[in-house]
Design a protein. Structure first.
Ligand SMILES: [Zn+2]
Length: 378
């Protein structure tokens, strides 16, 4: 049976958790899914083959960075992002909004868009909904994002202003979008305020995007505030479309997010930790592999992990690579950290399909509490 692009089929549900399939022009996403971040059209230190070997299905790339360098026009000229970075699977690009609000200098926001100085060369740049869509159309990802404004989650007046602009900008993005082989997702904002989140989720749901994202979380709020917002948004957003929780990706966030109806996650954390010599275990422990205690440690990073790194290399060897400043250290740690999250999302998917996600989640939090890792819990 042929499924038109951007069909979302829910295969199984357990309470609020869902296992589904999202069809894109470059393949099917089996959800829940975790997406590595390739900011500059490269998941740092890994080849596409290595990404495939750890079962990566979706890769994220950053509009802001690629627009500034090498330029979206150049990428279009060279055949689009899939060809340029040699990734034949699904790609998602963000709108550039988050980076403008977190990286760019001298930003000035008006109702029409944002003027800012490039963090690279200080040049004056302008990003607005129309420009963001045009850049994302040049890049050619399968999933593209509406241009939104992410505010300080606690500053109520600013959160309201940013939310109102985000809604107006979402409509402008829909109006100027031209490519039918790209799914444009809307983004819910509203900080930690339940009334705003309700309003924003209703507004975005009414615009009937083929998928919806929850933005402005994991930006300084508590875990319990994040969970309250996720539960609220989950009740409002349409069930039959994928939900993407932006920029969230620790093991416990995956279990907590999926149990609150989230299907897609991305985060720089696993590759960032890898570059800081840190391994992440399935239950959220962090090992700083450079520590002297690992000098003679013949164990793998994580005893229970079946990734290429853990099957073949000891902590002592990886520590040696780090101290010798060998690039392979970042590669081996990135393989392990990404595998941990991708495989966790996959195992959760299997547990939902088998009808035992409850047991899976209970056991996960039980082990975390035995390891004395849990604070937010379930
Ligand atoms: Zn591993």
């Amino acid at each position: 049976m042929i499924n038109p692009p951007f069909t979302f089929k829910i295969e199984a549900r357990q309470d609020r958790a869902r296992a589904g399939k999202f069809y894109t022009p470059h393949g099917v996403l089996n959800t829940p899914v975790f997406a590595p971040v390739g900011t500059q059209a490269s998941v740092k230190s890994l080849t596409p083959d290595q990404l495939t070997n750890i079962n990566t299905s979706l890769v994220l790339a950053n509009t802001y960075h690629l627009h500034l360098h090498p330029g979206d026009e150049l990428i279009k000229e060279l055949g689009g992002l899939h060809r340029f970075m040699y990734w034949s699977g699904p790609i998602l690009t963000d709108s550039g909004g988050f980076q403008v609000f977190s990286l760019a200098k001298n930003r000035h926001i008006d109702n029409d868009g944002v003027t800012f100085r490039s963090h690279i060369d200080g040049s004056t740049q302008r990003l607005d909904p129309e420009k963001s869509i045009s850049i994302q159309e040049n890049l050619g990802a399968d999933i593209i994002m509406a241009f939104d404004e992410c505010s300080d989650p606690y500053d109520k007046e600013y959160v309201r202003e940013a939310m109102v602009r985000t809604h107006a900008w979402a409509e402008r993005c829909l109006q100027v979008k031209t490519r039918s082989d790209q799914a444009l997702f809307g983004i819910v904002q509203g900080g930690i305020f339940e009334d705003f989140r309700q309003e924003s989720a209703e507004h975005i749901a009414d615009l009937e995007f083929p998928g919806n994202a929850i933005g402005g979380l994991s930006v300084g709020e508590t875990k319990s505030e994040m969970h309250t917002i996720l539960e609220l948004v989950d009740r409002v957003l349409p069930e039959n479309k994928p939900r993407y929780l932006m920029g969230v990706g620790t093991p416990e966030d995956l279990v907590n997010g999926i149990s609150r109806g989230v299907d897609i996650f991305d985060c720089v954390l696993p590759t960032r930790l890898a570059r800081h010599n840190t391994a992440m275990t399935r239950y959220g422990q962090r090992l700083n592999v450079v520590n002297a205690q690992y000098t003679r440690d013949a164990q793998p990073l994580d005893q229970q992990c079946d990734c290429y790194t853990c099957q073949n290399f000891s902590r002592a060897y990886i520590r040696h690579l780090i101290i010798s400043k060998e690039m392979l250290a970042a590669t081996l740690l990135s393989i392990h950290n990404l595998h941990t999250l991708i495989n966790l999302a996959h195992d959760i998917r299997l547990s939902i399909l088998a009808g035992n996600f409850d047991d899976f989640a209970n056991r996960f939090f039980q082990i975390r509490s035995e390891l004395e890792l849990d604070q937010g819990g379930n």
